[in-house]
Design a protein around this ligand. Structure first.
Ligand SMILES: NC(=O)c1ccc[n+]([C@@H]2O[C@H](COP(=O)([O-])OP(=O)(O)OC[C@H]3O[C@@H](n4cnc5c(N)ncnc54)[C@H](O)[C@@H]3O)[C@@H](O)[C@H]2O)c1
Length: 444
């Protein structure tokens, strides 16, 4: 008989973890503190957009339940903590939700295991252990089991992990948690608690470093006439380097990289170490988002009164997550420059975050009458952007491809002025409005 699993937090990590463990045959109870979230889940509605998750929850509804009541969860021998750890004003991780879980635990009589999936600073496990002991919960074990799933492919990532990391204070607790992953046939990295916590932070920081690195190479490519897409292909084929996270673009966003990067930087500085490389990696990312404005100005001059379409708002495709999305920075900068901003995304709703932006239901509506279209998120729907229909709808046929999604030559051949990231730009030419007949010839 598989042990019952309790989960604190019905966000991306909690729901995916819960649904996947239910799929693996466990009875799972997921608890959250937001009534609307739990009501939606109880009514069969999944409150976030994540491929495969709805079907998984539906398929396992007999083994999977949702509750607001902590008492429904705590009879499970294994309790996963999947609550949010957003940044505080100081940049450190805010552990309020983690501590609320520890404080809400009743005086458990049976032995239980608290398993931390939330991303937390190194040293958190020691502190939680001390807090449990101080509350007389010495019989409650503590294990760090950081989560590496990526939004947009979270279910697949959970079911086919590259590795599972288990950091425990005792061998027995490590074995219990590792055994939960037996059906997944993966490598389990056993570590002490602090190292497990650091593995998560280091992995994220390394991925961010690769992105900022290739973005800086892209910027040098632009200055020197090289093409970063070719460069990344040639670099990535080196088996010592590999191809992943070498796609140049307008920078990372999302619920993890921004906050985990700053949290690791602050963790280091709180311990007296200046993490210079990581500081630069973060700064490069900030600048990368803003370079879009300079590129638009290069083609359009001052942006006051110009209309710009932002295509894609979610921080990446296949999610509706807008946390720290580059689109938010771009929209705000464009509005500050006096531009009119029109926006489209197939699933993300930014209407409560962005005032003064016109939200559109279709790509065609978004590009209608604009002086430039910026690909912000590489949604599949945008692969066909370089069409006659779109060109005719735009006031000026300028596409700024922030994700190098389109083929530059094909896009130019379709009559657009095209500029990607780290690749040769269309020659600078006065961009005519579309009702001028020689528009297409100019850029061919
Ligand atoms: N989203 C990702 O891609 C991802 C990937 C790996 C790791 N992580 C980490 O996992 C953690 C959770 O991330 P997320 O994106 O799922 O967060 P989220 O904000 O989507 O969900 C967290 C949920 O926890 C709930 N919560 C807060 N206090 C609670 C309590 N006392 N009991 C029960 N629920 C409570 C919140 O209401 C919220 O619904 C974070 O530490 C994050 O850094 C996230």
């Amino acid at each position: 008989m598989k042990p019952k699993i309790g989960i604190f937090g019905a966000g991306w990590v909690g729901l995916v973890t819960g649904a996947c463990f239910a799929e693996l045959g466990h009875e799972v109870v997921v608890r959250d503190v937001v009534p609307e979230r739990i009501e939606a889940l109880q009514a069969g509605r999944v409150p976030l957009h994540e491929p495969e998750l709805d079907e998984l929850i539906e398929r396992n509804h007999e083994r999977l339940s949702f509750t607001l009541d902590v008492e429904d969860v705590v009879d499970a021998p294994v309790l996963f903590v999947c609550v949010g750890t957003p940044p505080t004003y100081s940049g450190d991780a805010d552990l309020t939700a983690v501590w609320s879980v520890v404080e809400q635990l009743p005086a458990l009589e049976e032995r239980a295991l608290l398993v931390m999936k939330s991303t937390v600073p190194v040293g958190t496990g020691e502190k939680v252990r001390a807090a449990l002991d101080a509350r007389g919960l010495v019989h409650v074990g503590y294990v760090s089991n950081p989560e590496f799933l990526a939004e947009g492919s979270a279910v697949r990532d959970f079911m086919h992990p590259d590795r599972v990391v288990v950091g425990a204070f005792t061998e027995a607790d490590a074995k219990t948690v590792a055994a939960l992953y037996d059906p997944l046939d993966t490598t389990v990295v056993h570590a002490d608690v602090a190292s497990a916590e650091m593995i998560k932070l280091a992995a994220n920081a390394f991925l961010m470093t690769r992105i900022s690195f290739i973005n800086e190479i892209a910027n040098v490519c632009e200055a020197t006439g090289a093409d970063v897409v070719k460069v990344a292909e040639g670099v990535g084929l080196d088996h010592r380097l590999g191809p992943h996270f070498l796609r140049a673009g307008i920078g990372w966003g999302g619920s993890c990289f921004p906050k985990d990067g700053v949290a690791l930087k602050q963790l280091a500085s709180n311990s007296g170490y200046h993490f210079q490389l990581l500081s630069s990696v973060i700064e490069v990312n900030e600048l990368q988002k803003r370079r879009v404005i300079g590129k638009l100005e290069k083609h359009l001059g001052k942006l006051r009164g110009k209309a710009v379409a932002l295509l894609g708002l979610a921080f990446k495709p296949n999610t509706d997550d807008l946390r720290e999305a580059p689109s938010l920075v771009l929209a705000s900068r464009l509005l500050a420059e006096g531009a009119e901003v029109r926006a489209w995304d197939p699933v993300a709703d930014a209407s409560r975050l962005l005032q003064g932006v016109t939200f559109c239901d279709s790509v065609l509506e978004a590009v209608s009458g604009v002086d430039a279209a910026v690909i912000v998120t590489e949604w599949d729907e945008l692969r066909g952007l370089a069409s006659d229909e779109v060109r005719q709808a735009m006031r000026r046929p300028l596409i700024l491809d922030g994700r190098n999604l389109l083929d530059p030559e094909e896009t130019r051949a379709a009559g657009f002025v095209y500029e990607g990231i780290g690749r040769a730009a269309s020659p600078l030419a006065a961009l005519p409005e579309t009702d001028e007949p020689e528009r297409a010839e100019l850029e061919l």
